[in-house]
Design a protein around this ligand. Structure first.
Ligand SMILES: Cc1cc2nc3c(=O)[nH]c(=O)nc-3n(C[C@H](O)[C@H](O)[C@H](O)COP(=O)(O)OP(=O)(O)OC[C@H]3O[C@@H](n4cnc5c(N)ncnc54)[C@H](O)[C@@H]3O)c2cc1C
Length: 394
């Protein structure tokens, strides 16, 4: 599937935009507009692919910036040092040729580099490192200078208008085959000829559990898709961000999984990735899903309190220290909760996205294909392909 080709029916719109003699205000009023909800990697890939095909896109993201689960977190230490952490996906790999083509394009633009450090696993019973990879089966890619750099660049591409800090509260399908979008604050966000939603929460009862409001997408509009979207199981995870003034020289690898730990599943040295500051040594630890589930069972799905995050931070750090590698106290430590870190089911492995042609509605995200960046990219590409094909027939 190659869908980065220009759609010639829509090409005049692209040409007009770059021709200063043509009134682009009038053009953009008549051009086909698509709304993309979510600026994670699936939404960002979808938006930029649609724009490359001459379709005008407005992307709405509820967070202050792009990235979703590929975000980078900016923290300030007590003594005023800026500390950056990839607190979601630490890296990604790819084997699909369409995804690799995009990754190589991003590499050539300096948005992505290979992280060449060896990773391994640590057995908490024998207290030994095992399986240290000499040559990784798949390359480990990271965004430069942060994991969010790819989404940032895609959201800024010509033809994509990105609106951050805007949560979609309502998606309405009107009689004239248009969609009307309303913000969570009641603001009218305009009409669109098609919609791509890149978060399963948009039609899930979980949205109500977290916000106390009905899900933005009325499930009765698309009963077939609604069935698939309901109750997609997820695994939660806590991430712990740590900054040390000295390198952790007792650890021989820069990334490792934990065997036989009830609490920790993964840890990596974030400052060892290319393009990162090495003024301090920064590590990110991930909890096991079971540990995170236990905490959520006690505290609920709402945003965790700072007392909960402090307790979690202490417990994760104690487990890290207990592995016997002489780990000193960090000068910065903070936990973050990912309530839906990983979907544990894939609902559209073949089609790679959900698609309602009549309503011009595509739903994409990692939960369609596989719970990783590659799955999310494939799903975003598939959603763009469906809309491009459909809109070019109008
Ligand atoms: C801790 C952790 C570790 C991971 N490790 C790896 C790894 O090693 N390798 C790997 O490949 N993958 C990893 N992943 C998974 C990877 O990050 C995801 O698969 C991928 O980023 C999902 O992208 P997405 O676009 O499908 O979803 P998301 O990134 O979740 O994007 C959805 C976006 O939609 C926005 N949104 C939702 N509702 C609304 C609304 N109503 N209005 C506006 N915006 C809205 C959200 O804010 C979000 O930004 C990890 C994830 C986590 C959390």
């Amino acid at each position: 599937m190659t869908i980065t080709t220009i759609n010639y029916k829509l090409l005049p719109f692209c040409l007009c935009k770059s021709d200063p003699s043509i009134d682009t205000t009038t053009m953009s009023n008549v051009a086909t507009k698509v709304a993309v909800v979510g600026g994670g990697i699936s939404g960002a890939v979808c938006a930029s692919t649609l724009a490359k095909n001459g379709i005008s896109v407005t992307l709405f993201e509820s967070a202050r910036g792009p990235g979703g689960r590929m975000s980078q977190r900016r923290e300030i230490s007590e003594d005023g040092k800026e500390l950056l952490f990839d607190h979601g996906a630490p890296f990604f790999s790819a084997s699909n040729s369409d995804v690799l083509r995009l990754v190589h394009e991003w590499e050539s633009k300096g948005l992505v580099e290979e992280w060449k450090e060896n990773c391994g696993s640590f057995d908490c019973i024998s207290k030994k490192f095992l399986d240290i990879e000499q040559e990784a089966p798949n390359k480990k890619y990271v965004g430069i200078p942060g994991m969010n750099s790819i989404c940032k660049a895609l959201c800024n591409e010509t033809g994509v208008e990105s609106k951050f800090g805007v949560s979609i509260g309502r998606l309405e399908c009107l009689d004239d085959e248009k969609w009307s979008l309303t913000g969570l604050d009641g603001q009218n966000l305009g009409r669109f000829s098609g919609v791509v939603v890149s978060d399963k929460g948009i039609a899930s009862p979980r949205f109500t559990d977290v916000t106390g409001r009905p899900p933005p997408l009325d499930l009765s509009l698309t009963p077939e898709l609604a069935l698939k979207l309901q109750d997609i199981p997820v695994s939660p995870c806590f991430a712990l961000m740590l900054a040390f003034s000295e390198p952790l020289s007792s650890i021989s690898v820069k990334g490792f999984s934990f065997k036989n730990s009830e609490i920790l599943s993964w840890s990596h040295c974030d400052s060892s990735k290319p393009g990162r500051s090495t003024a301090s040594e920064r590590w990110v630890l991930h909890s096991t899903a079971n540990y995170a589930r236990g905490i959520i069972a006690q505290t609920g799905l709402q945003k965790p309190s700072s007392a909960t995050l402090t307790k979690v931070a202490e417990e994760l750090f104690q487990e890290f220290q207990s592995i016997g590698l002489n780990i000193p106290r960090p000068f910065f430590m903070k936990a973050h909760r990912w309530g839906s870190a990983f979907p544990t089911a894939s609902i559209a492995r073949e089609q790679k996205c959900l698609w309602d042609r009549k309503k011009r509605l595509a739903i994409c995200g990692d939960f369609c294909v596989s719970p990783n960046v590659e799955g999310a990219i494939l799903s975003g590409l598939a959603a763009a392909s469906k809309l491009t094909e459909m809109l070019s027939c109008l």
